[in-house]
Design a protein around this ligand. Structure first.
Ligand code: ASP
Length: 423
């Protein structure tokens, strides 16, 4: 059992305890049967209200935190060339790790053949929504109204505006310095709010997890066990092998220390199934526990929460193989290549909120002429996989952030190896 210096249970330990208790309580409710007062007062009452308030409080912090933190971060980079370099490295690493993730998923799906012999239901239906085109995604990067962008929580537009504002601050002499001082203070206040929220996280996490497991029967999972465990296996493999090699090889970071410090964002990513909602905690952890300077973290983490979805890409890779096998459609080598490219791009277009990865899967399937209604086949286990893949998504963001920071001399090894704030 982990305690802090005053002998109390550490916060991370309490969050893990909240998750475990939520899991057991949820499964118990599911076993008893979610009906009557259990449904009305417990699942749709207490757990729903507690979980929703916690989620809302997390989301509440995202826009102000990203904006203020990124303005400070850009201003600290003091030269535009540096900003460009950090941007190119970050994008390059995000795309490369996602392409590795889909490739691993496709290899695994080809070897294991999770969809071979799968009984197709004749009334399988799935309403696919249209994914935005690539040109729309590019045009959408640029806000016409920053207030609107913030009101809509449009992360990429907020990043662009905050970046421009930060650059203008550094070029504005004395007035710029005064405004920057205000933003730095504001940043400290918002970070304090994040810490408040972490204090109630164990309870929030309990409510979120208990509700999911109370409602999620395992019957739907049985025919999909091979698919489920294959996605799970590749997710774990990618997190342990790809990220560890990246951290060790490119940043000289000990992966064990990294994963120990990442426990809070991993637990929250899992509980909320939303990279966006987890963002405040990821940012706090990456800066204060992993030692990434704000100038790099404030850019890489919000960008990653929006465009870097390795876990999602893994699900899409395995699901594509699964659906092709279930329908008895043979994919050619060029199709595999198309899946890697489209799933990597789809992950950019996937918003960091629950379930969107499945919608973007339609784009991948269309690209290789697979039936989009095949998505319905994997729907039954998607909520649980969403939780795990979101945990992988946020871990990927933090890994790349560490690597970029190390390459720019912006990683504090002292903070990273410090034991005191591990909890
Ligand atoms: N829930 C995922 C995330 O927020 C996205 C997805 O795969 O649906 O990162």
């Amino acid at each position: 059992m982990q305690t802090d210096r005053s002998g109390r249970l550490s916060l991370t330990f309490k969050i893990v305890l909240g998750m475990g208790a939520g899991l057991v309580f949820g499964l118990l409710l599911n076993w008893i049967g979610v009906a009557g007062w259990i449904a009305d007062y417990l699942v749709d009452g207490l757990l729903h209200v507690g979980g929703s308030i916690f989620l809302a409080s997390l989301k509440l912090l995202v826009v102000p935190l990203v904006f203020v933190s990124l303005v400070c971060g850009t201003a600290a980079l003091d030269d535009v060339a540096k900003l460009g370099r950090v941007g190119v490295k970050t994008l390059g690493l995000y795309l490369t790790t996602t392409a590795i993730a889909v490739s691993l998923a496709l290899i695994a799906a080809t070897i294991v053949q999770p969809g071979a012999g799968f009984e197709l239901d004749s009334d399988t239906t799935f309403e696919a929504q249209n994914a935005p085109s690539l040109t729309e995604v590019f045009i959408d990067l640029f806000p016409t109204n920053p207030v609107q962008a913030m009101a809509d929580g449009n992360m990429l537009q907020i990043i662009v505006f905050a970046g421009l504002f930060g650059i203008a601050l550094t070029l504005s002499g004395e007035p710029g310095k005064r405004v920057l001082a205000f933003f730095s203070d504001l940043n400290a206040v918002i970070m304090r709010l994040v810490m408040f929220l972490m204090e109630v996280a164990p309870y929030g996490v309990f409510c979120l997890i208990a509700k999911v497991f109370a409602l999620q029967g395992f019957a739907a999972m049985l025919p999909l066990l091979r698919y489920f465990f294959l996605v799970l296996g590749v997710l774990i493999l990618h997190a342990l092998i790809t990220y560890s090699s990246l951290l060790r090889g490119l940043a000289g970071v000990n992966p064990i220390a990294f994963f120990r410090k990442m426990r809070d964002p991993i637990a929250l990513g899992f509980s909320t199934a939303s990279s966006n909602a987890t963002l405040p905690v990821t940012l706090e952890t990456v800066e204060h526990k992993l030692g990434v300077n704000n100038s790099v973290a404030s850019f890489t983490i919000p960008l990653g929460a929006t465009i870097n979805m390795d876990g999602t890409a893994i699900m899409q890779g395995v699901a594509t193989g699964f659906i092709a096998q279930a329908y008895g459609i043979h994919l050619m080598p060029i199709d595999y290549l198309m899946v890697v490219v489209t799933a990597t791009l789809a992950s950019i277009g996937t918003a960091g909120v629950p379930g969107v990865g499945l919608i973007m899967l339609a784009m991948v399937l269309r690209q290789v002429n697979l039936p989009v209604e095949g998505i319905a086949l994997v729907l039954g286990v998607d909520r649980l996989l969403d939780m795990v893949r979101t945990a992988v998504n946020v871990t990927g963001d933090a890994s790349v952030s560490c690597v970029v920071a190390a390459s720019e001399g912006q990683l504090s090894r002292e903070t990273l190896s410090g034991k005191a704030d591990e909890a």
